[in-house]
Design a protein around this ligand. Structure first.
Ligand code: UDP
Length: 396
């Protein structure tokens, strides 16, 4: 090839590359807006049926975004196959540890992060030393540094039981606000997809039952539970601001009451409390008259819903919970029966903040999760409670 031809070829390549790097950010932003618009009004007929397991690759999109952000990235697109490197905050907690297991089990690499304020290293002891798992002890309310590429950030760090967030009100507010801001900033810097663990508490003491995602809620911002509820509401607003303003790919899961192995026996929530009392034949303490309702989902159903949501195109919040609603008295009877306990049920009126603004009813409307994720819960209460009782048996 002559020198003139080579010079022309190099010149043409230079012009093409410049054009691509100029156009791609606009294309990505336009495309993500279009995707957001499409799924708001998509016909149910076009959505997957329950039990299909569509996990479309998010990698192509996050890697493209990363290359656009950082044209000098040394990591080659596709060299990691379909596996991701994910950061899970709150990895030593009840949900974070089960999520870590799921991602490791699917062949991904997990960086777990936790400040251990309510988390417990025992929950991830079996993962320590695994070649695809690493752990960083850190409070995400402070600036976060993670070396290397990250494909997805899942923000699960927070005290989550009423006892815990009443005991740690300011860290709860900080991790929902500053921690969410820091993890979003990290996801943006890494060109990663982001998933926020939100909660049914954003609906407060709901006036609408069951609660669809379109319900705005009934929250007391200045009550004792406000530190958790408002932190999570802020976290949702912040996440959507990053999505709308920065074009970050974000997902929000609104988690309803979840139970299972690795809950803390003394976290004060109704499931460990009743199980502890039933296994030791102590009185089962029903707060108030026990007519308040909850809907309990087993952790494995939740983890599957989260995994599907991360891989989906759904950019607005999705409820993940079990719609089987029962009163707390009914739940107490179920625990006594399945544990074959001699415990009697007693009604108590807590005088501290635990019972203030206690929601009178709670049940997820999961039609959106069924429609957009092809998800619904599979584990019945009897089976889930039996597994959980077995887990706690040698801990009481
Ligand atoms: N509850 C109860 N006895 C207990 C602990 C909790 O009756 O020993 C009630 C509590 O008042 C609430 C429900 O059980 O109505 C669920 O409480 P939990 O703390 O598990 O979580 P919440 O759903 O309120 O966030």
């Amino acid at each position: 090839m002559g020198r003139f031809c080579r010079t022309r070829l190099i010149g043409k390549l230079f012009v093409d590359c410049t054009a691509v790097s100029f156009v791609t950010p606009f294309w990505l932003r336009y495309n993500s807006r279009n995707l957001n618009n499409i799924h708001y009004c998509a016909s149910p007929k076009t959505q997957p049926q329950v039990d299909e397991r569509p996990y479309p690759s998010i990698l192509a999109r996050v890697r493209l975004a990363r290359l656009v952000n950082k044209p000098n990235s040394t990591r080659q697109v596709g060299t990691q196959g379909d596996t991701m490197r994910v950061l899970i905050t709150g990895a030593a907690g009840f949900l974070g540890s089960h999520l870590s297991d799921r991602f490791i089990g699917e062949g991904h690499t997990v960086v777990g992060m936790d400040n251990l304020i309510t988390g417990n290293m025992d929950n991830i002891a079996h993962l320590m030393g695994h070649e695809r798992f690493s752990f960083i002890k850190h409070d995400v309310s402070n600036y976060i540094y993670v070396p290397g590429e990250i494909d997805a950030v899942l923000h699960f760090a927070s005290p989550a039981s009423p006892n815990d967030y009443l005991e740690h009100p300011i860290p709860t507010l900080k991790v929902g606000s500053l921690g969410t801001h820091n993890t979003l900033g990290l996801a943006k810097a890494k060109g990663a997809r982001y998933l926020l663990a939100s909660t049914s508490e954003v609906y407060g003491d709901p006036q609408v039952n069951p609660q669809p995602e379109t319900y705005w809620g009934n929250v007391n911002p200045i009550g004792p539970r406000g530190v958790y509820d408002e932190a999570k509401r802020f976290a949702e607003a912040m996440t959507l601001a990053y999505q709308r303003y920065h074009g970050l790919e974000t997902r929000i899961v609104r988690i309803f009451n979840t139970y299972g192995p690795r809950m803390r026996l003394n976290d004060g929530r109704v499931v460990p409390n009743f199980i502890h009392q039933a296994l030791t034949d102590q009185p089962i303490t029903v707060y108030g008259n026990g007519s308040q309702t909850r809907s309990f989902q087993y952790y494995s159903d939740l983890v599957d819903g989260i995994y599907r949501l991360l891989h989906s195109d759904e950019a607005l919040p999705v409820n993940i919970g079990n719609p089987s609603e029962m009163t707390i008295v009914e739940f107490a009877n179920a625990v006594v029966e399945i544990a074959r306990s001699k415990s009697e049920i007693v009604f108590v009126q807590p005088t501290d903040d635990r019972f203030t603004d206690d929601p009178k009813q709670r049940r997820p409307d999961i039609s959106k999760a069924k429609r957009v994720l092809g998800w619904e819960p599979k584990v019945q209460l009897a089976e889930g409670l039996k597994n959980t009782l077995d887990y706690f048996r040698d801990k009481v």
